[in-house]
Design a protein around this ligand. Structure first.
Ligand code: SF4
Length: 241
């Protein structure tokens, strides 16, 4: 079994606890308007690397001392498009005593995906918008699978961090922020929420790829509005970072 890997990052500091080896898998069924990595979308592209789980682990082990207090995060694209590969890789990491995290939009809900959730130490679940209509407009996909994934994580009490991008004109709306916070607050599996300010640094990549960047007129989120969102989530009883 070979994993289609878009790229590797050996010293990630923003995708889970501690310093992490981050694996970006190729392929994504979503089309988020603010996506920074449209070059990961096509699942048929082989990506930069084509590696077996054992080969990928060997690469990770080269950095074992650096990531001792962190671990490995698999991101994308959407890693759940390659669930069998994830199962095998996470099991090898566990045998080597390496903490594992999965960064996913939860766009795929299936039996094998549930097994992946059972096998990983931490899930970073990207909730793009809690409003079903807006979610579809923002990502091109329905929110149902993401919510199903969240329900499963709750049922199994799997450690989960929520990631939510605040986009001016979209998710940066007090009522919607409160609705999102109120929706998430009762979930015991949610250890914390990471609120990420929208910025337009991905726009250049679209230019290079000859693609249209559809949020071209959207300004970056201001510090004040980020602080406002943080307060709304904190007031709902959530731990925010
Ligand atoms: S889920 Fe991630 S990789 Fe996929 S389109 Fe959205 S931002 Fe891009």
């Amino acid at each position: 079994m070979l994993g289609r890997i878009h790229s590797l990052e050996s010293f990630g500091t923003v995708d889970g606890p501690g310093i992490r080896f981050v694996v970006f898998l190729q392929g994504c069924p979503l089309r988020c308007l603010y996506c920074h990595n449209p070059d990961t979308w096509d699942p048929k592209q082989s990506g930069k690397y084509l590696l077996s789980p054992e080969e990928l682990l060997a690469e990770v082990l080269r950095y074992k001392s650096f990531i001792a207090k962190g671990g490995v995060t698999v991101s994308g694209g959407e890693p759940l498009l390659q669930p069998e590969f994830l199962l095998e890789f996470f099991s090898l990491c566990k045998e080597s005593g390496i903490h594992t995290a999965l960064d996913t939009s939860g766009a795929i809900a299936s039996q094998v995906v549930r097994k992946v959730f059972d096998s990983v130490d931490l899930v970073l679940l990207d909730v793009k918008s809690i409003d079903a209509r807006q979610h579809e407009k923002l990502t091109g996909a329905r929110i149902d699978n993401t919510l199903q994934c969240l329900h499963y994580l709750e049922e199994k009490n799997r450690p989960t961090w929520i990631r939510h991008v605040i986009v001016p004109g979209w998710t940066d709306d007090d009522q919607l922020l409160k609705r999102t916070a109120d929706y998430l607050a009762p979930y015991r599996c949610v250890e914390k929420v990471e609120l990420l300010p929208y910025h337009d640094m991905g726009a250049r990549k679209y230019e290079q790829l000859g693609m249209e960047y559809r949020l071209g007129n959207t300004p970056p989120l201001s510090r004040e509005r980020l602080e406002n969102a943080r307060n709304i989530f904190k007031n709902a009883g959530l731990l925010v970072s």
